[in-house]
Design a protein around this ligand. Structure first.
Ligand code: F6P
Length: 323
């Protein structure tokens, strides 16, 4: 192993830079040359690779986003695109690739490894929906951003005795909404994994007012059938009968752009170091993740074949805490 490349792909996540920095510096520490691929698989398909030295990754650990840029690359989903990517890697005499990203990115990593190229994945997505890691890079920071929004909404909600709804990211996974709801003390959490009747939300809000609460807060996952827009429409339509209005805030990409907290900096750093250790040991075709508190690897074949399950018992906990 002499020359490795690293790329970030899919939605950026706070802590990706820490992982890049760790791959570069631990790679250099092993006597390798490290290269950065620009804008994910697009850079591989279009031959956009530059050497990365130790100083090129200085001052980035505290930055959100990714210094390499990221993208979603439909061309890489075609065989022709993947062959182009392989050609780029061969032209630069790259021996192995580290892919930092979530589900789509690791499916790409698996495709390349199936074509015989050594790849190690690093689990990174704010959605926490990737099999092979209990927590992924970016989740903790994204959760803290949601909590800051919840805390602020509660203050203004209490001043006006209002009901608010906050929509958080997560694609079709309810992890961020559920955890933000529990840690933020929401009255109700709406997630894609569990069908929700808007009338049940209305009843919970009424109940909060009956109990003398000054506010009611509902956290909604963007992927839920009743997302913020639909719920707001429903509550507007039935406002007279329900007796209150529900105001919606959609957090959107604000949630993805934060500066990484200590947890994500360390997670990215540790995963980056484990990834280069794997390559040094000749281990590839795997995803580096955190399992039962330990840094561990899972074959990419297993990662792409499984859907991570959300622990729905936490929904009962959220309900029980809401008194
Ligand atoms: O996967 C991360 C994520 O931020 C999801 O939460 C969201 O649904 C999606 O990416 C948005 O993707 P894009 O930024 O490409 O619109």
């Amino acid at each position: 192993m002499e020359r490795i490349a690293v790329l970030t792909s899919g939605g950026d996540a706070p802590g990706m830079n820490a992982a890049i920095r760790a791959v570069v510096r631990t790679g250099i520490d092993k006597g390798w040359q490290v290269f950065g691929v620009q804008h994910g698989y697009v850079g591989l398909v279009n031959d956009n690779i530059q050497p990365l030295g130790a100083r090129d990754v200085g001052g980035i650990i505290q930055q959100g986003g990714t210094i390499l840029g990221s993208s979603r690359c439909p061309e890489f989903e075609t065989e022709e695109g993947r062959l182009k990517a392989l050609r780029t890697l061969e032209q630069h005499a790259i021996d192995a690739l580290v892919v930092i990203g979530g589900n789509g990115s690791q499916a790409g990593a698996y495709a390349l490894s199936q074509m015989g190229f050594p790849v190690v994945g690093i689990a990174s997505t704010i959605d926490n929906d990737l099999y092979g890691s209990e927590i992924t890079i970016g989740v903790d920071t994204a959760l803290n951003i949601a909590l800051e929004a919840i805390d602020r909404l509660k203050i203004t909600a209490s001043s006006h005795q209002r009901a608010f709804l906050l929509e958080v990211k997560g694609r079709d996974c309810g992890y961020l909404a559920l955890m933000a709801g529990i840690a933020g003390g929401a009255e109700y959490v709406v997630i894609p994994e569990m069908e929700t009747d808007p009338e049940a939300i209305a009843e919970r809000i009424r109940d909060a007012y009956r109990k003398g609460k000054a506010h009611a807060l509902v956290v909604v996952a963007e992927g839920a059938r009743y997302n913020a827009e639909k719920l707001q429409n429903y509550f507007q339509e039935h406002q007279q009968r329900l007796g209150f209005e529900l105001r919606a805030t959609i957090l959107g990409h604000v949630q993805r752009g934060g500066a990484p907290g200590a947890f994500d900096r360390l997670l990215g750093t540790r995963m980056g170091a484990v990834a280069t250790d794997c390559l040094a040991q000749g281990k590839h075709g795997v995803l580096v993740g955190l399992l039962k508190g330990e840094y561990a690897t899972t074959p990419l074949a297993e990662v792409v074949a499984h859907k991570k399950q959300l622990d729905l018992r936490l929904l009962d906990l959220a309900r029980a805490l809401n008194k």
